[in-house]
Write a protein that binds this ligand. Structure first.
Ligand SMILES: Nc1ncnc2c1ncn2[C@@H]1O[C@H](COP(=O)(O)OP(=O)(O)OP(=O)(O)O)[C@@H](O)[C@H]1O
Ligand SMILES: [Mg+2]
Length: 276
């Protein structure tokens, strides 16, 4: 039994010739309510391996709630989520992570008391079924695979373009670097699907350009990507498909070109932007 062999960084095989891989995520008629508010109200879409799908919509449209239902943080009261052929509706987040779905959060969520390196390592321990406390307490089980984990974690930090000292506490990093660490931690779980909730929020122009290159690089590993984003320039450039939500309802699902010219989208989404 060797923990270390399983922890070697093995990105998924690159997809062939730009063709989409198999369907990795199917969301069917998903709904969740809070009191009288239907935060998500009948959302259906699918994502293939190696595909970038964006979810857009005005503030409060239900984008984050949809992510929370898909990744197990909320229990939807209607609909189904099928991941890599397996029904996962209402499964726990830890189980869903182990099956190969990773996410980042609208507000960066890292272990503030831990170093950059240890934060990324928690991603590996999640995948290996190890306990986060093993990492924090440095138990013998943890130490056995630590050298390999360190190497792999540094590999993922390089992959995301992290430039600071990985022995720093994450709270000592500039915001843009914290965002990278969160993505590195998600990748360390070796996901087949990555959900990114507003990864460009708070980033400057250069950082956004780098983020776009990074998202494409992750896609090229064969990972399916679902992106929530308000920056329309970024969304239109990077997305293969866009799903539009308004008041929890899906009002469009199409290519950037189709969505941009959809009267319902212009009325609901772009109309609101102009009023702001
Ligand atoms: N845990 C919760 N408890 C109560 N209401 C919630 C909860 N989560 C979301 N909501 C409500 O559901 C609706 C959708 O919120 P959600 O955060 O999903 O929107 P969003 O599209 O991500 O918005 P933003 O672009 O501002 O992040 C809002 O009315 C919100 O107040
Ligand atoms: Mg949100």
């Amino acid at each position: 039994m060797s923990d270390s062999s399983a922890s070697v960084m093995e990105p998924p095989a690159p997809r062939a010739g730009g063709a989409l891989g198999r369907v990795i995520l199917e969301v069917k008629d998903l709904a969740v309510s809070f009191g009288g508010i239907k935060a998500v109200n009948g959302l259906s879409f699918s994502v293939h391996e190696g595909e970038i799908v964006s979810v857009i919509g005005p503030n409060g449209a239900g984008k984050t709630s949809a992510f929370n239902c898909i990744s197990g943080f909320y229990r939807p009261n209607q609909g189904a989520v099928v991941f890599d052929g397996e029904p996962i509706t209402r499964n726990k987040p830890s189980r869903i992570t182990q099956l190969g779905m990773a996410r980042t959060f609208q507000n960066v969520r890292l272990f503030k008391e831990m170093t950059v390196l240890d934060n990324v390592k928690t991603g590996m321990h999640t995948r290996l079924g190890q306990n986060v406390f093993d990492a924090m307490l440095h138990t013998p089980r943890y130490r056995r695979s630590e050298a390999q984990c360190t190497e792999d974690a540094r590999g993922w930090l390089d992959f995301v373009g992290f430039r600071a000292d990985d022995e720093l506490l994450v709270t000592q990093l500039p915001y843009g670097e914290q965002r990278r660490v969160e993505i590195a931690r998600a990748l360390a779980t070796q996901p087949k699907l990555l959900l990114l909730d507003e990864p460009a929020a708070g980033l400057n122009h250069n950082e956004k350009q780098e983020l776009m290159a990074l998202i494409r690089k992750i896609r090229d590993l064969g990972v399916g990507i679902v992106l929530i984003e308000h920056d329309m320039g970024l969304v239109m450039q990077i997305s293969e498909r866009i799903v539009v939500l308004n008041y929890g309802k899906e009002i469009a699902d199409g290519t950037p070109e189709q969505v941009k010219n959809d009267p319902a989208v212009i009325a609901a989404y772009l109309g609101e932007e102009e009023e702001e």
